[in-house]
Design a protein around this ligand. Structure first.
Ligand SMILES: Cc1cc2nc3c(=O)[nH]c(=O)nc-3n(C[C@H](O)[C@H](O)[C@H](O)COP(=O)(O)OP(=O)(O)OC[C@H]3O[C@@H](n4cnc5c(N)ncnc54)[C@H](O)[C@@H]3O)c2cc1C
Length: 394
């Protein structure tokens, strides 16, 4: 950045992540002069590490039901105008090879860097200016937005906040978006880490930490939410896709239910074998990973031949296997969370444009908004869709 005289743009966007880059491209396409400010030394740092380095850039089955928000309908309008197919078209136009891994999840064949390359090329094509290492110290609304930086004043008609959530501070996450909202008297709903591993209470961890590395297909439930995918025991507690999914809903001090054998009614299975002389431990090895069967029988279930159990005991044992209740200690926090649940209250925004109702010209997009996707490409799809929406109007 040069010194002294103010830089004047039609649109300034703070945050060059997925949402900010998409918004910049779309506003640039409309002939708006756009300046994208990023405090990191590179754009799209989260994109680079996403999806294990291959970026799960969308999900073919995206619906508003894949998002958590105080207003479950809010995301519909933006998703209807820019869905997974629209982003796929961009990916195809740039000849980026990709594949569906499972459940509609689309990943790059080669590297997440391909998606960053696509976004950078489109920004260049539409004349978007990008300032890296940019520090915004203050924002003042006048007839325009005036941004103070160490170098000079920046001015714009429209200001788009795309600073993302709080997860993974080491990649540049800050609370700036929420601070700006507060400054402009815009409501922010409470935030918490989402898509995050859960930690176990000391008493449970003593028993389960030996299972670190063991994974199994399970159905994990909290209140009326269920996710069926793998769970993974870790040295701190539980992780794996089903746990990450439920973590976005879980509330402290409340129990999770884990169905460890989701394809079988274990009470019925055990009762059908009530005359067998096989021990419970050996019997369960056909249904559970070996080490898990051992730990459960050693610490929670009696281990004796099946024909030594009463029908009532077999019923209770089966029920426990289908409904293992555990109260996690907490989560591994923002350092390990993929997303932030909560954020800018959607009542403050137009669902069509993402513009705030209170301050004309001020927009919030992407993860900073109280719209949080499930695991599987939905968070990027929200970033693209909300960035696209704001890009049509800013
Ligand atoms: C490890 C990991 C893997 C993930 N994998 C996937 C995946 O495969 N699929 C998926 O859909 N989602 C994935 N996500 C979630 C996804 O990355 C985010 O939901 C998405 O990046 C949000 O986009 P955004 O543009 O709103 O925010 P971000 O991508 O976080 O971008 C915000 C930008 O703003 C910048 N910024 C912040 N504060 C300031 C400031 N004060 N001044 C200037 N710039 C600032 C940041 O440096 C950043 O570049 C993953 C997340 C993590 C952490």
């Amino acid at each position: 950045m040069g010194k002294d005289s103010p830089i004047q743009k039609d649109v300034i966007i703070i945050g060059a992540g997925a949402a900010g880059l998409m918004c910049a491209i779309e506003a640039g396409k409309r002939g708006r002069s756009v300046l994208l400010l990023e405090h990191n030394e590179a754009v799209g740092k989260k994109i680079r590490i996403s999806g294990g380095g291959r970026c799960n850039f969308t999900n073919l089955h995206t619906t508003a039901g894949n998002f958590i928000s105080k207003n479950p309908h809010f995301a519909k309008s933006a998703l209807a105008r820019f869905g997974p197919q629209e982003f796929c078209k961009m990916v195809e136009n740039h000849k980026i090879p990709f594949h569906e891994k499972k459940l509609g999840q689309l990943f790059c064949d080669k590297s997440a860097q391909d998606i960053i390359g696509l976004l950078k090329k489109e920004c260049l094509r539409y004349g978007v200016d990008i300032f890296l290492g940019a520090k915004v110290m203050d924002i003042a609304p006048k007839d325009f937005f005036s941004l103070t930086t160490p170098q000079q004043e920046l001015r714009s008609q429209s200001l788009v906040i795309a600073t993302g959530g709080l997860s993974v501070p080491s990649l540049g996450a800050t609370n700036m978006g929420y601070q700006i909202a507060q400054k402009f008297d815009i409501k922010v709903n409470p935030c918490k880490p989402g898509l995050v591993p859960l930690t176990l209470q000391e008493k449970d961890l003593r028993i389960f930490k030996d299972l670190s590395g063991v994974s199994l297909d399970a159905l994990v439930s909290f209140e009326n939410r269920n996710f069926r995918e793998n769970i993974l025991f870790t040295h701190k507690g539980l992780s794996g896709p089903a746990i990450l999914q439920i973590s976005s809903y879980w509330e402290p001090k409340k129990p999770l239910s884990i169905n460890l054998v989701p394809d079988h009614d274990m009470s019925a299975v055990l009762k059908a074998r009530r005359t067998a002389t096989v021990s419970l431990k050996n019997f369960l090895k056909d249904y559970l990973p070996l080490r898990l069967a051992d730990v459960l029988c050693d610490h929670f279930l009696e281990n004796k031949p099946l024909n030594n159990y009463s029908l009532d005991q077999l019923q209770k044992t089966g029920n426990r296997l289908n409904n293992w209740e555990i109260i996690p200690e907490g989560t591994e926090g923002y350092a390990k969370a993929e997303v932030t649940v909560g954020g800018i209250d959607t009542d403050e925004l137009s669902s069509k444009t993402m513009e705030t109702k209170k301050i004309p010209g001020l927009y919030f997009i992407g993860e900073v908004v109280d719209v949080t996707g499930h695991l599987g490409g939905f968070n990027f799809q929200w970033a693209w869709a909300s960035g696209f929406a704001a890009g049509q109007y800013a």
